[in-house]
Each structure stands twice: as structure tokens, then as C-alpha cells.
Write a protein that binds this ligand. Structure first.
Ligand SMILES: Nc1ncnc2c1ncn2[C@@H]1O[C@H](COP(=O)(O)OP(=O)(O)OP(=O)(O)O)[C@@H](O)[C@H]1O
Ligand SMILES: [Mg+2]
Length: 118
């Protein structure tokens, strides 16, 4: 992987989301997304993962904080706008099959489904 000193592609500073019903889904999220790196987003059910991805992809807006795209503050309001800038688009979570095979025997030791909701 290429390592550079360039600025992150996207940076979030103190991003918050309070839904109209008063639910606070995100409080003060700081995040840097760097070019050429794979980033994982982990958290318990209801932690705010989907809300964060929806904000990053422009389908909903944050209620506080600031998002920077290539070091410039952005206030995008639609997925189309984000896509046009080259940002996050088409994030979908899926039902995926998995199988773990024991290398010694070649037998399946565990199989099932991983359910990730939108
Ligand atoms: N449209 C909405 N209106 C009100 N509250 C919402 C809305 N969408 C999500 N929430 C609430 O915001 C919080 C974060 O939800 P979110 O769906 O982002 O979590 P998640 O980490 O994706 O959870 P899961 O692992 O179950 O997919 C939860 O308390 C949820 O009930
Ligand atoms: Mg989710």
C-alpha cells in the first residue's frame, strides 16, 4: 500500500445527529478516512453505524459538527451531490453466507448467515 503524507480524503469533526423525535444517534464523531486504506466500522446494535454511513453518503444530514472533503468543509444534501464529488455512494449491507473450513481435514466446521441490516 502506498503511504503518503497527504490529507485524509474525508474528515469528520464532532459530527452529531439528533433525529426529530429526540433520539441522539451520534454524539461528537471524529473520523479520518484515508486514501488507499480499508476502514472498518464496528459497533453494537443501535450504536449509529447506519446513521453515520447515511450521513457520509448524503442521504441524511448531520445536525452538528463538520465534514471535510479533501480538506474543504462540505455541506452536502443529497447522495447525487456526494457521488459527483467522488465520495461515498451505494453503501449497502447484505445477508452473506459464510463457511469455515478446517484446513487439516477440509471439512466445514461452521456455516451460517451473517445478517447486516440497512
Ligand atoms: N429515522 C430515525 N428516527 C429516529 N431514531 C432513529 C432513526 N434511525 C435510527 N434511529 C435511532 O438511532 C440510533 C442509531 O441507529 P442506527 O440504525 O444508526 O444504528 P446501527 O449501529 O446501524 O444499528 P444496527 O446494528 O442495529 O444496524 C438507534 O437508537 C436508532 O433507534
Ligand atoms: Mg445499521
Amino acid at each position: 500500500m502506498k503511504t503518503t503524507n497527504e490529507a485524509p480524503l474525508m474528515r469528520l469533526e464532532q459530527v452529531t445527529k439528533t433525529f426529530p423525535n429526540g433520539t441522539i444517534a451520534l454524539r461528537g464523531v471524529d473520523l479520518s478516512i484515508e486514501r488507499g486504506k480499508v476502514h472498518g466500522l464496528l459497533g453494537a446494535n443501535g450504536a449509529g453505524k447506519s446513521t453515520l454511513i447515511k450521513i457520509l453518503s448524503g442521504s441524511i444530514s448531520a445536525t452538528g459538527g463538520q465534514i471535510f472533503w479533501k480538506n474543504k468543509p462540505v455541506h452536502w444534501t443529497s447522495p447525487k451531490e456526494v457521488k459527483a464529488m467522488g465520495g461515498v455512494s451505494g453503501c449497502r449491507e447484505r445477508l452473506a453466507a459464510f463457511r469455515f473450513v478446517a484446513p487439516e481435514t477440509g471439512r466445514v466446521v461452521r456455516s451460517g448467515w451473517l445478517l447486516a441490516r440497512r
